[in-house]
Ligand binder design. Structure first.
Ligand code: AMP
Length: 430
């Protein structure tokens, strides 16, 4: 039995806690800093996720034998290297490997060098050259801040005016701070988006079940981009042929490149893909579980997650046989009204007592906080209702039937999660 630590406070970290809590190899779970959901299964500890020194001290003081890092920022800033130097075991990629997410310019250069299918692109360090380029470019196109911008540094521009405005916002007005010192301008790709997360020890790569997120705030995929308004798994789009293509055209060349450049990758590689006519192209790499993809993929994983993480760290992932439930899953996010722009916090959430860890559906919390014996909203994406079942229609109906039991002032959720799955009858069509 081991004590473990999870770093982060979102839905991804709650579902990691939920999954690891089921392990008969896990003793006590700590979460830094956690949310009201993780507090029910683990002990939340108020430490800044970027305060590596305090985190290391805490790990030593509690005999923690494995640490899972949820969010990208500590990974990109080298938390894994820092803790490993202190002989602390942690699951996640080191700083060099995390650059695949931390720098979009670097990720695109690697893809180009490895011939990995991706959108055609140019990179810019100064706005003048970017404006000149936009004079002759084809539209629509996509302008991306180079660094971490919590999924918000990507602007799809329909015409030259919008593109110039995006460059100004990112490079001159420094909307995303240092993350916008460089930009990538790339071709707009058509198709259907899918996420595939991969367990990797640097040698062996296992694709997890695919998932589809719904990034836009509005129904029918309209309005502003968000952190993700809901997801389901698996995606019917990803069949064995596509999985082989992903292995051959993306994972094999990428991992050969990493090895040739002495970059040890251990952890989760997240592929954001655009699929058009059965051709997968990479939109982005992330180096950790996706949120909300983790909420739909982890409930289908049969294996013990602690054991998988340990085998990855020992570079023995090939000794594991990954097993997946032959089921479907769906997560519908309830958000604070006004998200992703302005919203209020501290609204009392009612109805959570209709659910438990083992109910179906169950609730994964994100922006929540426990205060004065109440669970209050504490962020844009507040919680997710997660169901598993035999058919997509079952999980859809189960999520939407039960989400009505939860209430807080100005709660908002999309009613069309799973809209692209053929044959699923959506609420709005009733
Ligand atoms: P990224 O963080 O690079 O994955 O971009 C965030 C979102 O912007 C993606 O999930 C897509 O919805 C959209 N996006 C990014 N790049 C492109 C592209 N080249 N073509 C079309 N949509 C894109």
């Amino acid at each position: 039995m081991k004590n473990i630590l999870i770093i982060g406070s979102g839905g991804r970290e709650h579902v990691l806690t939920w999954k690891l809590h089921q392990s008969n190899r896990v003793d006590k779970i700590y979460v830094i800093p956690g949310n009201a959901g993780t507090a029910q299964l683990a002990e939340n500890v108020e430490i800044d996720v970027m305060d590596f020194e305090k985190i290391a001290e805490f790990i030593k003081s509690k005999n923690i034998e494995m640490t899972f890092v949820g969010p990208e920022k500590p990974l990109a800033n080298g938390i894994v290297d820092y803790l490993n130097d202190k002989s602390i075991e942690v699951f996640g990629p080191n700083k060099k490997a995390a650059k695949l997410e931390g720098s979009k310019v670097y990720a695109k250069k690697v893809m180009k060098e490895c011939n990995i299918p991706t959108a055609k692109f140019e990179t810019f360090k100064n706005p003048k050259n970017a404006y000149d380029y936009l004079e002759l470019a084809n539209y629509p196109l996509v302008v991306k801040a180079e660094g971490l911008a919590y999924g918000k540094g990507v602007i799809i521009a329909k015409n030259q005016l919008e593109a110039k405005d995006a460059v100004k916002k990112i490079m001159e007005d420094k909307y995303f701070g240092k993350a916008g010192e460089k930009i990538v301008i790339e071709e707009y790709l058509k198709g259907e988006e899918t996420s595939i997360m991969v367990f990797s020890d640097g040698n062996t790569n296992y694709q997890m079940i695919s998932a589809q997120d719904h990034k836009k705030i509005g129904e029918n995929d309209t309005g502003l981009n968000t952190g993700g308004m809901g997801a389901y798994a698996p995606t019917p789009l990803i069949d064995e042929t596509l999985k082989t293509k992903v292995d051959q055209e993306i994972l094999k060349p990428l991992f050969n490149y990493l090895k040739d450049n002495s970059i040890a990758f251990k952890g989760i590689l997240f592929l954001g893909l655009m699929i058009d006519n059965n051709v997968p192209k990479v939109l982005e790499f992330n180096v950790r579980f996706g949120d909300p993809e983790a909420q739909v993929v982890l409930p289908l994983l049969e294996n013990d997650l602690l054991t998988v993480a340990e085998k990855i760290n020992q570079e023995k992932l090939d000794e594991i046989n990954l097993k997946w439930k032959n089921k479907k899953s769906m997560a519908v996010i309830m958000a604070s009204g006004g998200y992703p722009v302005e919203y209020e916090k501290k609204k009392t959430i009612s109805g959570l007592d209709n659910f438990s860890d083992s109910s179906n559906p169950f609730v994964i919390q994100a922006g929540t906080k426990y205060e004065d014996n109440k669970i209050l909203t504490n962020g844009g994406r507040v919680l997710a209702v997660v169901a598993t079942g035999d058919t997509y229609q079952d999980v859809y109906d189960n999520c939407y039937h039960n989400i009505k039991k939860i209430n807080f002032e100005n709660a908002y959720y999309r009613k069309d999660i799973g809209r692209r799955i053929k044959g699923v009858k959506l609420l709005e069509n009733e």
